[in-house]
Design a protein around this ligand. Structure first.
Ligand SMILES: [Zn+2]
Length: 85
């Protein structure tokens, strides 16, 4: 699968997952495909973006922040540091 195909597939699965509890195994499999393709899913904005759109976080298994830079910047501005990531 190409990167774009994996991204499109994952976004579709995620939408289904929220509605009808799509198989977790399938979602995990696609997350691995995403990682191989160099992209990551952001649960905040619900989009898959390139790894470069995520900050580094060494405490996480994949070494990347859980949310994309854009969301983190937005949340920080809104909450003024009330929530620590
Ligand atoms: Zn995001």
């Amino acid at each position: 699968m190409t990167k774009e195909e994996v991204k499109a597939r994952f976004e579709m699965i995620d939408d289904l997952g929220r509605n009808i509890k799509y198989e977790k195994a399938e979602i995990r499999r696609l997350q691995l495909e995403l990682k191989r393709a160099g992209v990551k899913y952001c649960p905040s904005c619900g989009r898959t973006k390139d790894d470069t759109e995520f900050g580094a976080n060494r405490s996480r298994p994949d070494g990347l922040a859980g949310y994309c830079k854009e969301c983190r910047a937005g949340k920080k501005a809104l909450t003024k540091g009330a929530v620590s990531w």
